[in-house]
Design a protein around this ligand. Structure first.
Ligand SMILES: *Cc1c(COP(=O)(O)O)cnc(C)c1O
Ligand SMILES: *[C@@H]1O[C@H](CO)[C@@H](O)[C@H](O)[C@H]1NC(C)=O
Length: 388
């Protein structure tokens, strides 16, 4: 680029990548321009909590991927979920959610929302009769569920849920983190809002935290107004990393789909594996729903060893390829035992009550060669056995 001598944002238009606009506030030439901005005649930004061009580029991209009317990105998936709940459920209101959801989301619904008199009915992801009863019992502002869920990858029937909720005026919000917009377009299936922990597949490199909410413009606007107050903004550099990650989203997700399905099928045949939870397997309780509403089944495979908590821990310790870590959806394979990573503070009875089995393993398939991953899982299953 020939040096143009421009000092303002004009000099950035030839940049192939989206610039990181590292600013807390935005300037106006004069009062007239500021008034024009306030009246919507001059497009700009005002203050960093209300918007940022790098973050806006993320919003535009996710909006396009989800075929949404609008999108809001924020500092984390939890921030997107909590801001949405605070914005869309009125004080004293009611919402319906499902079991087997992200633990912190459930914690927020169970411990923070009641301070505003908000109550929740928790149903099994497949319990449409329970949903109908809950909707009929009292006015319901919102239905909120993951699909697929964590860690058992249960899927909700989005069109059926939408039909029931629409009849009662309840907004349908789906946390589609595990599916990504590559494998599932929740909005096209009927959801009003789709939520992502962009920390996972959207950014995809285990190096940034971010959240996104996309869908109906009026709902996103209501959540954005709450977000402007609460202030869980994404940092411009994090927004850049999210944009960069999304360039390879389709490549990474396609690879993860293929590898995860292969691994799930082989694990299912392995004598040391008691059970595999993967929506792409015919044995999964929600396989028919997943086959109808997803293109691929994602990169997370959960499975149970034929052994106790410690046999499972020995297997995990014998793995050499995946890192032992929470999180998912990045290029590096990650392995974890939910009992130890997420539920260690709860006793065996509480874990049993919420269905977290001690021999459960959650595997987030990275972009490594599938045969390398399979060879490693195999040697670890052998090694764990030998050391018993
Ligand atoms: C990780 C995760 C969240 C929370 O997102 P953060 O970015 O970690 O705040 C919410 N929902 C699902 C399904 C997740 O996997
Ligand atoms: C993964 O997702 C893509 C969508 O990009 C889909 O077309 C493909 O069939 C999926 N692959 C597998 C193996 O499931």
């Amino acid at each position: 680029m020939v040096a143009s001598g421009l000092a303002g944002p004009e000099c950035l238009v030839d940049s192939l990548t989206t610039p990181i606009v590292q600013t807390a506030t935005y300037t106006f030439k004069n009062t007239e321009e500021l008034i024009a901005y306030q009246e919507g005649r001059f497009g700009s930004y005002e203050y960093g909590r209300y918007g940022n061009p790098t973050a806006r580029a993320c919003e535009e991209k996710i909006r396009a991927l989800e075929r949404a009317e609008d999108c809001l990105v924020s500092s984390s998936g939890m921030n997107a979920a909590t801001t949405m709940l605070l914005a869309l459920v009125p004080a004293g209101g009611h919402l319906v959610t499902t079991t087997d959801c992200y633990r912190r989301t459930r914690q927020f619904i169970a411990t923070v929302l009641p301070k505003m008199g908000i109550s929740a009915t928790v149903i099994d992801p497949s319990d449409l009769a329970g949903l109908e009863r809950a909707l009929a019992s009292r006015p319901t502002a919102l239905f909120f569920s993951e699909s697929p869920t964590n860690p058992y990858l249960r899927c909700i029937d989005i069109p059926k849920v939408k039909a029931l909720c629409a009849a009662h005026g309840a907004v349908v919000a789906v946390d589609s983190t595990f599916a990504t917009p590559i494998n599932q377009r929740a909005l096209e299936l009927g959801a009003d809002l789709v939520l992502h922990s962009a920390t996972k597949y959207l950014s995809g490199h285990n190096d940034v935290l971010a959240g996104a909410l996309a869908g109906r413009a009026d709902l996103v606007a209501a959540v954005r107004a709450m977000h402007n107050v609460l202030g869980g903004v994404i940092d411009p550099h994090a927004a850049y990393l999210l944009l960069r990650g999304m360039k390879t989203l389709d490549l990474r997700v396609s690879r993860a789909n293929a590898s995860a399905l292969l691994l799930a099928r082989r694990l299912q045949e392995h004598p040391k594996i008691a059970r595999v939870h993967y929506p792409g397997l015919e044995s999964h309780p929600d396989h028919a729903i997943a086959a109808r509403q997803m293109d691929g089944f994602g990169g997370v495979v959960s499975f149970e060893l034929a052994g106790d908590l410690w046999a499972t821990a020995r297997f995990i310790d014998a793995c050499r390829l995946p890192y032992i870590a929470p999180s998912l959806g990045g290029v590096e394979s990650l392995i974890e035992q939910p009992t130890i990573v997420s539920y260690w503070d709860q006793g065996p009875e509480e874990r049993a009550c919420i269905g977290i089995r001690d021999s459960l393993v959650r595997f987030s398939v990275g972009v490594e060669a599938a045969e390398d991953i399979w060879a490693d899982l195999n040697q670890a299953l052998e090694a764990a056995d030998a050391r018993q």
